[in-house]
Design a protein around this ligand. Structure first.
Ligand SMILES: C[S@@+](CC[C@H](N)C(=O)[O-])C[C@H]1O[C@@H](n2cnc3c(N)ncnc32)[C@H](O)[C@@H]1O
Length: 523
């Protein structure tokens, strides 16, 4: 299905304003299909009519999601556009940071403040914003339960919110299948969940700590005088990936106002890299960067009025180093080099490697940057992966591809070679090197590299076609034909409908026709 540019643009704009969700260029086709699937269900004839339906609803901003039928359409659309993928104790690095560092610090501080102010009970408020089906706030509740033995003497709020009402219903139900437990130690699962046939229900003690409600982060006003003010920790992970930068900046400002001074915002790895952080202060721990609302308002407003100029504070994992490092280590956010070369950071990382999930999330983000054409940011993120995992082939290769797309062939070659040091049998790294060589006019080198690919994978149709094309350009028609004929033989061994490796979505029969057509021009 296709849609005219104007209505596509209007729909994308409206969705962005209403939800903060950004539709990326590479997702346009998929987006179109989703819109047409809604048209069919609603029995509407044109995308323009659908736009009118959405527009009407987006003007009723203060109406709650369940009060108006037409609001359901936004609900349906958002469900189509976002993915609620989540699981318990997701991202071990961040979870350990919360459990071993951030929460103990806040618990001690809030307990002391309570004594000082002679309040009845100390408070702790945690908000999981964009919590999907609730695994994240329940994980936080389990940690709180582990850390505060005298829970009944505390006022605790753990709030989970999400734009998707179905996710919130599931969260309130609190019953999960085994896939949600893929990162959970069996002993924790046993202690805090009860088996219900093939599924597991969250223990009542934990459920009591957590409240859920539906909420659109882009549209709703917060802080508010009810629950959303003076929050100690806001966890908002894997949500900003859907947002445009304006929406991110708006939500960050609201988060800032909603945090208690000294409170923390924890986002997914690199989700806020390069974003306008407002007055939030980035602090680097070995496992993750987190963002703090400064205790000292004067410092916050003078040092952090805009993102790129914001300063990074480095924190060490070792408790005794923590306080002094906060004062002595102030680096520029833009200088990833500084971040990587900081001795404290380097030492902590090598002593205490981040868990697998940390670098996987960063790599995922790097891939997202790469696929949306943000190559410089992809390189930055991939470099962080390399820092955490110095033998990570995909990180080197992604960096090489990003440099190549930026036209920096020397950098691309260097990273490709580093990728090959990790895996010297990688076809795709040789392909990239060969293409760079060709681009630079070094045909001999390009042919040698394609031959290397054939040596590694004798059935590599792509490599035969590439060498044939070089021979043809050199006027060596005999050799060009020979290579094409070998490619033909290999194609004949595939079944007609089979996709040819490294030729996305081209079937063997289609490529066969093309190769025959080229061969016929040689006669
Ligand atoms: C991938 S899940 C993240 C779940 C959890 N935070 C985690 O990291 O495992 C992203 C969630 O963000 C929610 N979301 C997307 N846009 C939102 C918005 N404007 N307001 C609130 N939630 C939103 C989606 O409904 C989805 O459940």
């Amino acid at each position: 299905m296709t849609m005219n540019d104007l209505i596509m643009h209007n729909l994308i704009q409206l969705i962005s304003t209403h939800t903060g969700i950004q539709i990326r260029k590479q997702d346009y086709k998929d987006f179109c299909n989703k819109i047409y699937s809604r048209l069919k269900i609603l029995k509407l004839n044109t995308p323009e009519q659908y736009y009118e339906v959405l527009l009407k609803v987006s003007q009723l901003q203060s109406v709650s999601y369940k009060e108006n039928d037409s609001i359901n359409e936004w609900k349906e659309l958002v469900m189509l556009l976002t993915i609620g993928e989540t699981y318990f104790f997701r991202d071990r690095g961040q979870i350990n940071l919360i459990k071993n560092k951030i929460l103990p610090e806040l618990i001690t501080k809030n307990r002391n403040n309570c004594h000082k102010n002679k309040d009845k009970k100390p408070c702790l408020k945690i908000w999981s914003a964009g919590c999907s089906s609730g695994e994240e706030p329940y994980s936080l509740a389990i940690i709180v339960k582990q850390l505060i033995p005298d829970l009944s003497d505390w006022n605790i709020l753990i709030l989970g919110t999400d734009i998707n009402p179905e996710s919130i219903e599931k969260a309130q139900e609190g019953i999960y299948d085994s896939w949600s437990f893929r990162q959970v130690e069996p002993q924790i699962q046993k202690q805090y969940f009860h088996q219900r046939k093939m599924r597991w229900e969250v223990d009542r003690q934990i459920r009591k700590l957590v409240k859920f409600r539906c909420m659109n982060l882009s549209q709703e006003a917060f802080p508010n005088q009810f629950d959303l003010h003076n929050i100690d920790i806001i966890v908002c992970r894997n949500v900003f990936i859907y947002f445009n930068s304006v929406a991110i900046a708006t939500v960050l400002e609201k988060f800032y106002q909603t945090l208690i001074p000294g409170g923390y915002l924890i986002a997914g790895h690199t989700e806020l890299h390069g974003q306008n952080l407002g007055q939030l202060q980035p602090i680097i721990f070995p496992g993750s960067v987190v963002y703090q609302r400064s205790e000292n308002l004067q410092v916050a407003s003078s040092s952090g009025s805009n993102s790129s100029a914001s300063k990074l504070l480095l924190k060490s994992d070792s408790p005794q180093e923590n306080t002094s490092i906060k004062q002595k280590s102030v680096l520029n956010l833009n200088s990833s080099k500084n971040v990587m070369q900081t001795p404290t950071q380097g030492r902590s990382l090598s002593q205490n490697p981040a868990p697998e999930t940390a670098y996987q999330s960063v790599l995922k983000q790097a891939e997202i940057f790469f696929h949306s054409g943000e190559y410089a940011r992809a390189i930055q993120a991939a470099k962080q992966v390399i820092l955490l995992q110095p033998k990570h082939f995909d990180a080197y290769f992604l960096t090489a591809q990003a440099w190549a797309n930026l036209g920096e062939s020397e950098q691309a070659i260097q990273y490709c070679q580093q990728a090959l040091q990790v895996d010297n049998l990688s076809e795709k790294a040789y392909y990239l090197l060969a293409h760079i060589a060709e681009e630079k006019g070094d045909k001999e080198q390009a042919k040698a590299l394609f031959k290397k690919i054939i040596y590694l994978t004798p059935s590599s149709i792509g490599a035969y076609l590439e060498i044939s094309s070089i021979y043809a350009k050199e006027g060596d028609i005999d050799r060009a034909k020979k290579m094409l004929n070998t490619a033909l033989e290999l194609l004949n061994n595939l079944s007609a409908e089979e996709y040819v490796e490294s030729y996305h979505k081209i079937t063997a029969s289609e490529l066969l026709l093309q190769v025959k057509a080229i061969l016929s021009t040689f006669k």
